[in-house]
Design a binder for this molecule. Structure first.
Ligand code: NAP
Length: 264
């Protein structure tokens, strides 16, 4: 079973591997190595059940992930056992992303996520950055609105899925958690992870497997290397790995367990 860790100071415990669900709801405008069909309902139910049995309790979704939120709202059982992370700010409509970080949009987006996910609270809501992290934080009322939603009890923790080091650092000062990119080939956000560690804030890692663009030298397991590298960074709370393949999910959990055991 995968161990759980405290997500910073939020009081939320998450498995050290979470499940990313872009591929549950969107197969257009994505940068994975090969095209794919969306999994049918039975496949999603089986994957969620396998995730639960392997000790995963954290699921990452977003309004920009096509039908991911709606499908989770319909297919996830025992909502209370799961930690649901969604986002605000990016919309993906007609094959194209648009962004709106205004307070009114953020409020409507959270209310829509609650309806889609069939729940009365979201555990984590992240600002889905378009790359202009610092200006989103300093020039919009995005975080202030999320903070109000948190005070109302609709959201338990807030943060940013950042794309710049400066933005990630700023987000840490104003929120509970950041989602950053980290893998052996993309180390730019390591200072954000280190700062989060110092502050006791939560860190979720996206693209730990380089969105599937893994090269591997003969005789090595690139998945094990990547997961080991990321879990080896002090400050990382959980890796969100996206997969719709049960064998990959099992392998990712095996790799996480192996990497953690090697550090004991
Ligand atoms: P990722 O987790 O690094 O890679 C996912 C890709 O790797 C998928 O194509 C998957 O294909 C493949 N994969 C997974 N396990 C594998 C294994 N054991 N062996 C071989 N291939 C494997 O990248 P990501 O999906 O881009 O990011 C992860 C999650 O982070 C997303 O699902 C999403 O929740 C979140 N995210 C957030 C943002 C943001 O801006 N907030 C951006 C990107 C991602 P199979 O389905 O075939 O396994």
């Amino acid at each position: 079973m995968l161990p759980k860790r405290s997500l910073g100071l939020t009081g939320i415990d998450v498995s050290c591997l979470g499940l990313g669900t872009v591929k549950f709801g969107r197969n257009q405008g994505v940068k994975y190595p090969t095209g794919f069909d969306l999994p049918d309902d039975a496949a999603v139910v089986a994957l969620l059940d396998l995730a639960r049995r392997l000790g995963i309790n954290l699921i990452d979704t977003a309004p920009a992930y096509g039908t991911s939120e709606q499908r989770l709202g319909k297919l996830l059982v025992d909502r209370g056992q799961w930690v649901l992370c969604s986002k605000v700010g990016e919309e993906f409509i007609g094959g194209k992303s648009t962004y709106d970080f205004s307070g009114s949009h953020v409020q409507q987006s959270v209310e829509r996520s609650l309806r889609h996910l069939n729940t009365d609270y979201l555990d984590i809501v992240l600002v889905h950055s378009n790359g202009n992290d610092s200006s989103i934080i300093t020039e919009t009322d995005c975080f202030a609105t999320l903070q109000r939603l948190k005070e109302k009890g609709l959201v338990r923790a807030i943060g940013m899925s950042s794309k710049t080091v400066a933005g990630g650092l700023l987000a840490l000062d104003l929120s509970d958690v950041v989602m950053v990119t980290c893998n052996p080939g993309e180390r730019e956000d390591l200072p954000v992870i280190a700062r989060a560690h110092d502050l006791g804030k939560g860190v979720l890692v996206k693209k730990a497997l380089a969105s599937g663009h893994l090269g591997s030298a003969a005789g090595t397991d690139a998945v094990l290397e990547s997961i080991g590298f990321v879990l080896g960074q002090p400050g990382v709370t959980s890796i969100i790995v996206g997969t719709i393949n049960p064998a990959h999910l099992q392998h990712n959990v095996d790799c996480a367990e192996k990497a953690l055991a090697a550090r004991e």
